[in-house]
Write a protein that binds this ligand. Structure first.
Ligand SMILES: NC(=O)c1ccc[n+]([C@@H]2O[C@H](COP(=O)([O-])OP(=O)(O)OC[C@H]3O[C@@H](n4cnc5c(N)ncnc54)[C@H](OP(=O)(O)O)[C@@H]3O)[C@@H](O)[C@H]2O)c1
Length: 246
């Protein structure tokens, strides 16, 4: 019988490719959790065979409902930067999913975490530390978990999340680590990596997997984007990296 995998964030960047990769494999049945079952993205996944469950990180009962009978779950958490309590909120929401997974007896949780910056570097990076906190909680309560860590998404450039158009028609990449080479991935590829983790539970349980599709500086990203996309998208041709200080 196909194993049910509940995918959180399936209408978003990380969870979407995970749901799509699992939908393409008869070993799995996909259940997605969304705040709006009538959204175009939820409907598209339903048409491809996903079961759609309405639920929210803020509604613990909906989380248990979404996880009931599931063999596995892919869990991402969101930071709501516009909310003053975003750090605590992400921790609270992540813990709520963890508790629900435990209550439902889920056998394999794949959790999208990030490094514990405060603990390892001695200064805070709230959107990393919140996820690390949830990861620690999952381990403390004994959830069967594999941790995955996504670096920067290449797709963030295509959706113009990270770039700003300037008056001279060039685009500026605002990112905090100019100069240093850093890892990045295509989230589309990572869906298949997560699927492999679910397919090989015994091999990956208890482990942490850092994803990387390449390691480049922001200047190299800018050069690649200018070379391949500028003629059509980034007019006239130049993408200028800048450093944002926060
Ligand atoms: N951008 C990067 O380069 C990068 C790299 C590493 C890690 N991250 C992390 O990735 C996370 C964001 O993931 P993403 O890029 O996939 O975001 P996204 O594309 O904005 O999607 C967000 C997803 O979260 C779901 N969601 C939001 N609030 C929810 C709630 N209350 N209950 C249930 N589901 C909810 C949404 O579902 P519905 O709207 O359908 O309810 C949607 O599927 C952030 O925590 C960020 O720190 C980002």
């Amino acid at each position: 019988m196909a194993k049910i995998i509940t995918v959180f964030g399936a209408t978003g960047a990380q969870g979407g490719p995970v749901a799509n990769a699992l939908l393409a494999d008869p070993e799995f049945k996909v259940r997605i959790v969304t705040r709006s079952a009538s959204s175009a993205k939820a409907k598209a996944l339903q048409e491809r065979g996903a079961e759609v469950v309405e639920g929210s990180f803020d509604d613990p009962f909906s989380l248990v409902r979404a996880l009931q009978g599931a063999h596995g779950t892919f869990v991402m958490t969101q930071y709501f930067i516009e909310r003053p309590d975003f750090y605590q909120l992400e921790i609270q929401q992540g813990k709520a999913v963890a508790d629900a997974a435990q209550a439902a007896g889920v056998e394999h949780v794949v959790f999208s975490s990030l490094d514990a910056v405060q603990k390892t570097m001695g200064f805070p990076c709230l959107l990393y530390d919140s996820k690390a906190h949830v990861e620690e909680y999952m381990k403390t309560i004994g959830l069967p978990v594999t941790v995955v860590k996504y670096p920067l998404y290449y797709e963030s450039y295509l959706s113009l999340r990270l770039v700003k158009k300037l008056e001279d028609d060039t685009y500026e990449i605002g990112y905090a680590i100019e100069g240093a080479a850093m890892h990045a991935v295509s989230v589309a590829d990572m869906g298949f990596a997560v699927r492999e983790i679910f397919k090989n539970r015994a091999e990956w349980l208890g482990r942490t997997v850092g994803f990387s599709g390449g390691k480049h500086t922001i200047q190299q990203h800018a050069d690649i984007l200018s070379k391949h996309l500028a003629p059509n998208v980034f007019k006239p041709t130049k993408v200028t990296p800048t450093m944002t200080v926060s």
